[in-house]
Design a protein around this ligand. Structure first.
Ligand SMILES: [Zn+2]
Length: 93
């Protein structure tokens, strides 16, 4: 395996707040967009290290709320998962 030397988008320094990275959930097996469970339309909290690992390996990540998926897309257009938000706030005290 080789690594990109620079311009690595996964190492975004402005995402340095631990588990503050938001990722839009999406499963490759079920490309549902608007129908189905609401859980697939939230932006979940996931450790940025996990996301970097997922991008490198293609393996799914686990959100704070327990949701498992492979992050690929910009979560900014999605509302924050209420379960993740609650757990995150509890973690932050
Ligand atoms: Zn969540």
């Amino acid at each position: 395996m080789s690594f990109v030397d620079d311009a690595e988008p996964l190492r975004n320094p402005d995402q340095g707040a631990g588990t503050s990275v938001l990722e839009r959930p999406k499963t490759e097996e079920a490309p549902v967009r608007d129908d189905g469970g609401d859980a697939d339309r939230f932006a979940h909290y996931v450790s940025k290290d996990r996301i970097a690992e997922s991008r490198a390996t293609g393996r799914p990540v686990v959100a704070l709320c327990g949701k498992v998926w492979v992050p690929k897309h910009d979560p900014s257009k999605y509302p924050v998962c209420p379960d993740c938000k609650r757990i995150y706030e509890e973690m932050m005290g």
